[in-house]
Design a protein around this ligand. Sequence first.
Ligand code: FMN
Length: 278
Amino acid sequence: MELIPVIEKRGASGKAFTPHPRAGGNLGPLTQTFRKPHEAPACVGSRPRRKGLSLLLSGLCKPRKPFQETAVKSEQNSPESVDAIPHADPIAIFESWFAQAQQSEPNDPNAMALATATPDGLPSVRMVLLKGHGPDGFVFYTNFHSRKGVELVANRHVALLFHWKSLRRQIRIEGPIAEVSAMEADAYFASRHPESRLGSAASDQSRPLPDRQTYLDRVDALRTQYPDGDVPRPPHWSGYRVTPTAIEFWQDRDYRLHERRRFVADGAGGWTSSLLYP
Ligand SMILES: Cc1cc2nc3c(=O)[nH]c(=O)nc-3n(C[C@H](O)[C@H](O)[C@H](O)COP(=O)(O)O)c2cc1C
């Protein structure tokens, strides 16, 4: 006979009740017991309940299906044979995968997580946009006064992560950063939409903001000053280029038999690579 897991909590009175998993807060010590279906709580429909409460409890009261690996096999998986990630130039593989992501991702295929850390090793991570890539490295732009900017002054090493759900792939990149030239940053800043230029020039990124209107007023003030939106690039707004010292490609495969290949720079302009267990 199938047993139904029931999560119980003892209330202040000592009486057992069943909290909803999404109820939030500290649920206190939980116990999971198993009951036969006919012993399931009244939520199986033996007596009327308030509608909201019934909805709340319905997730708990449905008999659970036996464990099934339903989400691991996908017909969308890459058809390539085993060892789909070639042992080749990792920059070329990146370019190929990125080009495919540009075709398949619904938006922002150039979005990547950027991990930084304080000198003490306290990590932080956020999304940024890749704005340049090639053999020289991977470029993103930001406000150097931001949290990441401050962390990058003290610790020049970062990690990047792309995850393309449409392709079921991820790419991890590690390496030190170097500031792009003022000319390169000026050219990129000038290529942005005028409103975006005003927005970044007006932003004290990562600093406390009393209310949104304060920020919008600063944008308006700059728009008055530069009616065509041609605000100059603030000196603290620029780009960093990540020189990759390691690049790892990950490809989803059926039943989680995923593929990984990690490339490590050999210090002489080449790469060594090896497969990794998933
Ligand atoms: C998809 C996406 C792209 C983003 N691109 C950038 C970017 O290119 N540069 C940037 O400074 N912030 C970007 N942001 C905002 C950052 O995630 C973050 O909120 C901001 O840079 C402040 O981070 P920090 O306080 O850790 O410095 C982006 C956010 C998202 C969700």
